[in-house]
Design a binder for this molecule. Sequence first.
Ligand code: HEC
Ligand code: HEC
Ligand code: HEC
Ligand code: HEC
Ligand code: HEC
Length: 168
Amino acid sequence: MTRKKLLLFLVAVVIIVGSGAFLLSAYSRPRVAQQPIRFSHKIHAEDFKIACEYCHSYARRAAVAGIPSVQRCMGCHKITAADKPEIQKLQNHWNQKQPIQWVKVTSMPDFVFFEHWPHIRAGVKCQTCHGSIETMEETLQVKPLNMSECLACHRKEKVSIDCVTCHR
Ligand code: HEC
Ligand code: HEC
Ligand code: HEC
Ligand code: HEC
Ligand code: HEC
């Protein structure tokens, strides 16, 4: 190879590797779901200090944490910010008795068995698994919850790591 060809070759390699890394980073960035109403955890959980379990009220007793009903929202928003466009959307749901189709952000494959209640009762913080939700204008899953994270904590807390604990 001549020097010039070698140089061209190296430039090509740099461009290919560089754009590959760029694409990878673009794909691995957490994606924000387009929600039907612009709900902000920052406003509710941080600025107004509403407890997570006020809205996700099944977390302590059931498998799911639960998403609050339109009625729960309306407890405040019959009055609070009632003139704002996003709140008027909420009121339309209420008037038409239509539940809001929130887009799911966190999910586990079907072959995984997970329940909230044992974790909440054992004092595991929501943020340990979900990240700093209270800082988010738009909700997203910041890191994947994978098997090695479940196992690491179960080992540390001396909770069962038998396969059937999570795969049944
Ligand atoms: C030990 C990890 C862990 C902790 C602690 C935890 N979660 Fe979750 N959460 C999950 C996983 C895993 C899912 C996905 C479950 C699925 O798709 O089956 C989930 C799903 C959810 C969902 C959507 C589905 C549902 O269950 O309604 C909400 C809302 C939620 N969590 C809120 C909370 C809140 C609020 C707390 C604290 C009170 C909390 N979580 C604590 C792991 C956790
Ligand atoms: C305990 C009271 C309370 C509950 C329950 C509540 N909110 Fe709010 N919400 C507030 C307060 C306070 C604000 C800030 C209002 C302001 O800035 O004037 C707010 C702001 C908002 C905004 C932003 C309005 C704007 O300025 O454009 C939206 C959207 C919203 N809430 C949606 C909801 C939804 C959806 C629910 C139910 C899942 C809900 N809220 C439940 C108290 C509540
Ligand atoms: C005023 C009610 C309200 C409060 C308070 C609240 N949430 Fe939520 N949360 C919602 C609503 C509505 C959604 C669905 C829309 C969305 O994803 O933003 C949601 C979604 C979530 C999700 C994603 C569920 C999914 O789709 O997988 C998690 C995780 C979550 N909340 C955790 C928390 C935690 C942790 C706190 C306390 C720091 C908290 N929430 C406080 C109303 C609330
Ligand atoms: C930060 C620590 C932590 C993480 C992360 C965690 N767990 Fe747990 N897990 C616990 C604790 C603590 C208990 C409660 C044990 C008890 O009540 O004795 C528990 C209990 C359980 C139970 C009930 C166990 C039984 O004996 O019936 C299941 C199922 C479970 N976890 C599944 C999961 C799955 C799936 C994940 C990952 C998505 C996960 N856990 C992540 C700490 C954790
Ligand atoms: C504490 C909970 C927990 C325990 C215990 C556990 N797993 Fe998992 N496992 C998970 C979760 C969560 C996932 C899905 C996320 C992922 O793929 O990492 C998973 C995924 C898997 C997968 C699919 C991997 C893939 O790449 O798609 C296999 C296979 C698996 N587990 C086998 C096992 C076996 C075998 C054991 C016992 C030695 C075991 N698991 C114990 C939580 C657990």
